[in-house]
Design a protein around this ligand. Structure first.
Ligand code: 5GP
Ligand code: MG
Ligand code: MG
Length: 188
């Protein structure tokens, strides 16, 4: 990728399109292996940040003997813009029951882990057969609670990431790579 194609508000590219593609395909292979005996697998994408990850991931999943379905939830966490309080509010809920089904939550990024932890507790109450998580990015140093991530794309440093579905103030989701947002763009 030539530097002229990199958005001017991106400090550096953390992972290129090609690197992401390879990693996501690998996750798809692992998921296909692990769920080969599953009857019903429901992939629950958390909007909006996971939409690009989810669309690439589902195309690397090959489960000919499983009913694979996609659902989406939209949640928002109260708190400051670049950190989360972990108190989540459901803006859009699942439209079908997950009772007795194998559920895989698809998330873009885990920082403190609070959002994912609350979401897992919430979905566990609906009695799925199993509940696991696939997360593209994890900020290991940000973790405040222990949250099990079964499929993990990349561990990243404590910088603010945009692109490949991730936003800052609803912008930059369209960038095909994962980039670090320049600090002057969010610190005033
Ligand atoms: P947590 O509850 O784990 O602290 O926060 C997770 C949520 O915070 C993510 O789903 C995402 O919406 C947001 N978030 C945390 N770090 C970043 C980041 O580096 N970039 C973007 N775009 N969102 C982030
Ligand atoms: Mg998210
Ligand atoms: Mg966001």
């Amino acid at each position: 990728m030539s530097t002229s194609e990199i958005h001017p508000n991106v400090k550096r590219v953390i992972y290129t399109e090609k690197e992401i593609k390879e990693r996501v395909s690998e996750l798809g292979r692992q998921i296909s292996q692990d769920y080969k005996d599953s009857k019903n697998l429901v992939l629950v994408g958390i909007l909006k940040g996971s939409f690009v990850f989810m669309s690439d991931l589902v195309r690397s999943i090959h489960l000919p003997n499983t009913n694979v379905s996609l659902e989406f939830m939209s949640i928002s966490s109260y708190g400051a813009e670049t950190s989360s309080s972990g108190v989540i509010r459901i803006m859009m809920d699942l439209r079908t029951s997950i009772e007795g089904k194998d559920v895989l939550i698809i998330e873009d990024i885990v920082d403190s882990g609070l959002t994912l932890k609350h979401l897992m507790e919430l979905l566990n109450h609906r009695n799925p057969n199993s509940l696991h998580t696939a997360v593209l990015l994890r900020k290991k140093e940000g973790l405040k609670v222990d949250v099990p991530v079964r499929y993990m794309g990349f561990d990243i440093p404590m910088v603010f990431i945009i692109g490949y579905g991730l936003d800052f103030a609803e912008n930059y989701r369209e960038l095909p790579y994962l980039g670090e947002l320049k600090e002057e763009c969010y610190k005033k």
